[in-house]
Ligand binder design. Sequence first.
Ligand code: SF4
Length: 176
Amino acid sequence: MYKCYQDNITAGEESFPLSQVIAENLFYLAMWVLTGYLLWPIWTPFGLPLLTIIWAILVVIIQVLLKKHNCSGCYYYDKGCHLGWGKISAAMFKQDSGNPKIGVKLSFFYILPPPLITLTALAFAIIKSPSWVYWFMLALFVILNAASFPVRKKGCGSCAMREVCPGSASKNKVIS
Ligand code: SF4
């Protein structure tokens, strides 16, 4: 575990039920897929949904980097955190092989895209008047993002890393 985390581990669950791990991962997956759908018609040079392709590549790259820079130094490395990502990290990277400061920067992936995507999709929908399906997906995206706050707070609330994990939705302190 990263040294900067060691003094801030809080009492929490040692492992989480598989049903919770699957549900939380499906929740994230749904939001990433919805993002790809909303971006799809916005920019299609040569008929290619370029923004969706860029988004898909970005999700994969950032998620892999997060497993290295956050999860490899986490208390749950090779254990079952509420997302199960400690196990994925252990399968891909050596323990403590990342840089927690890079991990903090990468965690902006959870903060910046949702409002940007919402505004971009909304502007597209107003200008281009797409079908009701697009509007429905946009509304679903907004609802899921709003719901992500209590969902993440619940998962992070009983996590031993909640005070230090840069992606924690239930912390009072941040590492410097
Ligand atoms: S608690 Fe956060 S940093 Fe730790 S393994 Fe889970 S997702 Fe990764």
